[in-house]
Design a protein around this ligand. Structure first.
Ligand SMILES: Cc1cc2nc3c(=O)[nH]c(=O)nc-3n(C[C@H](O)[C@H](O)[C@H](O)COP(=O)(O)O)c2cc1C
Length: 172
């Protein structure tokens, strides 16, 4: 798939077909995620994939932003203990969430290129998800990504340009 088509064509999908996703394909999405840049190449991200419908239902209970019935949910986490060991307070509080977001965008674009629909979800209870997944001490979920075969083609939310792009000399 052409890069611009992926960047512009990807949408947040919130309605999915009742069709599973092969583990190999899910792994390819994770492979795309780990090729994202990370501050100091720290790579302290962790990805937990759930594709058991019962577990997805449990995660949904503590995640008001998770809509539809995705075949899988990928929990993009950060090992904050390792992030702190590698990059101090800056690594833990600043670089770690940025790195997680960078990895997430790679994952979204790879999923789109594979014909999958995704939605990034920040509206979830961190402690609730952490408990359900039995995450190790110091590992924190940053974002959820719902993944499934799309059952909708969402409208394109407009992008604004006015006052958004600033070339330094345009302020003169
Ligand atoms: C950090 C972040 C958090 C988001 N959280 C949610 C969420 O909790 N639930 C949801 O349905 N969509 C969520 N979204 C998706 C946005 O609503 C969506 O990206 C935006 O409306 C633009 O639409 P598009 O992704 O189709 O271009 C989130 C997106 C981002 C980047």
């Amino acid at each position: 798939m052409e890069l611009w088509e992926a960047i512009k064509g990807r949408r947040s999908v919130r309605a999915f077909l009742d069709r599973p996703i092969e583990r190999d394909l899910l792994e390819r999405l994770l492979e795309a995620a780990i090729w994202a840049p990370s501050g100091g190449n720290a790579q302290t991200w962790r990805f937990v994939v759930i594709d058991d419908p019962a577990q997805i239902r449990r995660v949904r209970i503590v995640s008001p932003g998770l809509l539809g019935d995705p075949a899988a949910v990928i929990i993009v986490c950060q090992d904050l203990t390792r992030a702190r060991a590698k990059g101090g307070k800056l690594g833990e509080t600043f670089l770690a969430p940025i790195d997680a977001a960078m990895a997430t965008q790679n994952l979204l674009l790879a999923a789109y290129a594979e014909g999958l629909g995704t939605c990034t979800i920040a509206s979830f209870h961190k402690k609730g998800v952490g408990r359900l997944l039995k995450l190790s001490e110091g590992v924190e979920p940053i974002l959820l990504v719902s993944v499934g075969w799309p059952a909708e083609a969402p409208p394109v939310p407009p992008r604004h340009r006015e006052g958004v792009f600033l070339f330094e000399d345009s302020n003169e």
